[in-house]
Design a protein around this ligand. Structure first.
Ligand SMILES: [Zn+2]
Length: 310
């Protein structure tokens, strides 16, 4: 009975979320474009991302908004990245469509999976991917303030600040804080979930985010293309250095750029969160009722209706 009622309501709720998500994401993406944080294709990709993830659920939207706003706030606190970093990083301050897809692509795919078959696993994958993006963004924005020189994650040798694969204590703290922030937002927006279950999900999402961020650094130090300017004799990730000289590759594969590494990191974050959620399994109440771990799926009332099957 209850299931039938909620099933009838579900298309309406989905439509409402799609409309509100489309309008709100359009406003956020438009602001990002006007504020020169996004290129026009980047803004269009961000708009699409926001509309899809809001359709998947309000808690999906809240987590995405938390990731975008915290990253934007950290980068504004940081101010303009100095010329030293601009000389290293392949891309400038404005995020293009590829960067948006690299950070949000796995989130969009897992949100679509959740729309197709709502459940705790696609929802955990979504939150895990965002936790990894958040950990990586916070690590970068906070890590660049480090007074100590970064060390390569593989062999501990000092490397130029801003180069991929380098870690600092401050950056690691930023990574943990970014993962914890996203995990906190994710579990706070869960409805009908017991505190013990929330705590376990929080821990799982923190580990997923930090794991994804560490994989980002590992790939950055090994397979990601690293280049050198023959004129200035400095390391860079740019093909054409700021001085105008063509750089040559010193390490890694030419096709492995920062965007590809970001995608890999979010995939790892998603997989770790899925494994954790799967391992949590279906918690049981004392009465022996099967309580499905539906806590992620608050946006989908068809699932909420089956929370407790006596
Ligand atoms: Zn140069």
């Amino acid at each position: 009975m209850a299931a039938r009622t909620t099933n009838n309501r579900r298309p309406n709720r989905l439509r409402n979320r799609a409309v509100i998500g489309g309008v709100a994401a359009g406003a956020v993406a438009g602001a990002g474009w006007r504020g020169r944080a996004l290129t026009l294709p980047g803004a269009l990709a961000a708009w699409l991302t926001g509309a899809v993830v809001t359709s998947a659920g309000w808690n999906h939207a809240a987590a995405m908004l938390a990731f975008v706003l915290s990253g934007s706030a950290l980068s504004q606190l940081q101010g303009e990245h100095g010329p030293a970093l601009t000389a290293i990083w392949e891309k400038g301050g404005r995020r293009d469509a590829a960067q948006v897809a690299a950070n949000g692509g796995v989130a969009v795919i897992t949100a679509l999976l959740h729309l197709a078959r709502p459940g705790p696993l696609p929802a955990a994958a979504y939150m895990g991917a965002l936790a990894a993006s958040s950990a990586d963004t916070w690590a970068t924005e906070i890590g660049v303030r480090s007074a100590a020189a970064p060390r390569r994650i593989t062999d501990g040798r000092p490397i130029l600040a801003g180069m991929s694969g380098g870690v600092t204590a401050l950056g690691l703290a930023g990574s943990i804080a970014g993962a914890a922030f996203l995990a906190g937002v994710a579990v706070c927006t869960l409805a009908r979930s017991r505190p013990s279950s929330r705590l376990r999900q929080f821990v799982g999402l923190c580990l997923a985010g930090i794991g994804g961020s560490l994989v980002d650094s590992l790939l950055g130090a090994t397979v990601q293309a690293s280049r050198r300017c023959p004129v200035c004799q400095v390391a860079t990730e740019r093909r054409i250095h700021q001085c105008g000289a063509s750089t040559h590759r010193t390490r890694g594969y030419a096709w492995v750029q920062n965007d590809a590494v970001n995608v890999a990191a979010t995939v790892v974050g998603a997989l770790l969160a899925v494994v954790w959620q799967w391992r949590l399994g279906e918690p049981r109440t004392r009465q022996g009722d099967a309580v499905r771990s539906v806590s992620y799926a608050t946006g989908n009332n068809s699932i909420d209706a089956t929370v407790i099957t006596a």
